[in-house]
Design a protein. Structure first.
Ligand SMILES: NC(=O)c1ccc[n+]([C@@H]2O[C@H](COP(=O)([O-])OP(=O)(O)OC[C@H]3O[C@@H](n4cnc5c(N)ncnc54)[C@H](O)[C@@H]3O)[C@@H](O)[C@H]2O)c1
Length: 264
């Protein structure tokens, strides 16, 4: 049987860890040719080794880049196009949480950094990938928003603002380029067990992060956190040809938590 992403060229940012890495594993198993982007070169090389151990036939280009630097974004898009001659799917995923603090106390430099990576990085990505997809008259874009892109989250104002903006940008890409065969959606993960979320629980309870994790899980109808592979399966669909009439959506992947009201 033909694999879902067979020979599709997929670019993934933030691919060295967490959700990006999980999607890279999944896409390789589905037959994709990969261009993996991350600012952490060492972790990216490690991720490449692990993907090849699982999918030995995978073609993988790795590029160290900071997504908040537009020249670096243009360069990773150019290098990918130079190697593969097309870009079919773009998982525009790299992002950071920032520090946790109430709005008046928020460190301005960190606030701007969160916006630079989470919003500008996503914008630079679509800005440079869209012309290639438009020329092909085919493309699938998946931006990583968050439940913080559809709800407020106390102590995380810049994160929430940036992720709402990502959700909005996703709609605009859908409206502006639907006639060019480009489909654009966002995902809104809840708490998924990745290094980022582990770091977040460490901020909430430095002495006992596991306790903070278990307490958080109590607010979820499933009483557990999500796993990166559960996100990867959804993204795999959104990056595929099968996703042809779901467009401009922000899809929560959170065990139903964002639909709850009161105690579950
Ligand atoms: N894990 C969750 O529960 C969760 C929930 C909602 C949204 N998200 C979003 O999913 C995305 C991935 O999160 P994660 O949990 O996998 O995080 P993570 O910290 O585990 O991994 C993020 C990866 O992105 C890379 N990265 C960070 N800044 C970068 C930059 N400027 N340029 C290039 N690469 C950069 C890091 O080196 C790392 O490899 C983020 O946008 C995050 O906001 C995650």
């Amino acid at each position: 049987m033909r694999k879902r992403l067979q020979d599709r060229v997929i670019v993934i940012t933030g691919a060295a860890m967490g959700l990006g890495q999980a999607v890279a594993h999944h896409a390789a198993k589905e037959g994709a040719k990969l261009s993996l982007i991350d600012m952490n070169a060492e972790a990216l090389a490690q991720a490449r080794t692990e993907i090849l151990a699982e999918s030995p036939d995978a073609e993988i280009l790795t590029i160290q880049a900071d997504v908040s630097d537009e020249a670096a974004v243009k360069s990773y898009v150019d290098q990918t196009y130079h190697k593969y001659g097309r870009i079919d799917g773009f998982y525009n995923n790299a992002g950071i949480e920032g520090r946790q603090a109430l709005i008046p106390d928020y460190d301005l430099d960190i606030f701007k950094k969160v916006i630079d990576i989470n919003l500008m990085g996503v914008y630079y990505g679509v800005r440079h990938v869209i012309p290639i997809m438009k020329a092909q008259q085919y493309g699938r874009i998946v931006n990583t928003a968050s439940v913080g892109g559809i709800r407020g989250v106390i102590n995380q104002a810049p994160y929430v603002a940036s992720k709402h903006a990502v959700s909005g940008m996703t709609k605009n890409v859908a409206l502006e380029f639907a006639r060019d065969g480009i489909v654009s959606n966002a995902i809104a993960p809840g708490a998924i067990l990745t290094p980022m979320v582990a770091g977040s629980f460490k901020q909430v309870n430095p002495e006992d992060p596991k306790k903070a994790e278990l307490e958080f899980a109590q607010g979820n109808p499933t009483k557990r956190l999500g796993m990166p592979e559960e996100v990867a399966k959804v993204v795999g669909f959104l990056l595929s040809e099968d996703c042809s009439y779901v467009n401009g959506q922000t899809i929560a992947i959170d065990g139903g938590q964002s639909n709850t009201y009161g105690i579950v």
